[in-house]
Design a protein around this ligand. Structure first.
Ligand code: DX5
Ligand code: ZN
Length: 221
């Protein structure tokens, strides 16, 4: 039997004019993780949404709020997201000054009782994360350049996923492996085969009449 794979719909692609309806569709389809993309117009060349939206959603929709911080100096803003209801905070290794700052942020987030993830952009070797793996609850592999939805999947992500799985098996680490960008039925299957536990999907799901089937398909149910 294959292991359970989760789908984390990316809020970025939702219809904000019908947000309540969109959230209900996800809950009806037993979606657990809501992927919440935060962009600062600096670390990535785009702006998205932030703390007020998370505060507004959290009391009404029972998701695990999977906050992906695509921001410079995440240590300045991460704890505001924790207060607003984030369940997982993922920050980028490229956004951090040095090793000491990374370890401090991981430690501070743990103290704040939130799950901690780290992410790498497509051009960053996944091995950069090696010193932190033992501390992490989640590792997020970007399979597109962060900043925009609707881009094509980069296959280089698959080797990274397989490496993370191998390292976890070897050392008994506990992180889950998440992949983000260009996920559809085909690329989703590749990611599952490589060892991904959570598939983030935006444009493939939202605005589609058969969203329920698409969610099932990505989960391989
Ligand atoms: C990109 C974001 C993704 C994005 C994925 O910077 O991190 O979460 O919403 O969108 P799709 O699934 O359309 O590639
Ligand atoms: Zn994301």
């Amino acid at each position: 039997m294959s292991k359970k794979v989760y789908v984390a719909p990316s809020l970025l692609a939702a219809d904000f004019k019908n947000l309540h309806k969109e959230m209900l569709i996800l809950l009806q389809n037993h979606v657990k993780y809501l992927h919440f993309d935060v962009m600062d117009g600096h670390f990535v060349p785009n702006l998205s949404f932030g703390i007020p939206l998370l505060e507004a959603l959290k009391p009404h929709y029972a998701f695990i709020y999977d906050v992906h911080l695509m921001v410079a100096n995440p240590e300045f803003i991460a704890f505001k997201f924790v207060e607003a209801g984030a369940d997982i905070i993922t920050f980028h290794v490229e956004a951090m000054e040095n090793d000491k700052a990374i370890l401090k942020l991981i430690n501070d987030l743990k103290k704040a009782k939130v799950k901690v993830g780290m992410s790498v952009k497509p051009n960053t070797p996944v091995e950069t994360l090696a010193p932190y793996l033992k501390h992490l609850d989640l590792v997020l592999i970007m399979s597109v350049e962060p900043g925009f939805g609707g881009q094509s999947f980069m296959e280089s992500a698959l080797v990274k996923i397989a490496w993370l799985k191998q390292e976890r098996d070897k050392a008994n680490y506990h992180y889950v492996i998440e992949v983000d960008g260009g996920i559809n039925n085909e690329t989703g299957a590749f990611c599952r085969a490589a060892g991904a536990d959570i598939l983030v999907a935006g444009s493939y799901l939202f605005g589609k009449d058969d969203i329920a089937e698409r969610i099932l398909e990505l989960r391989d149910e």
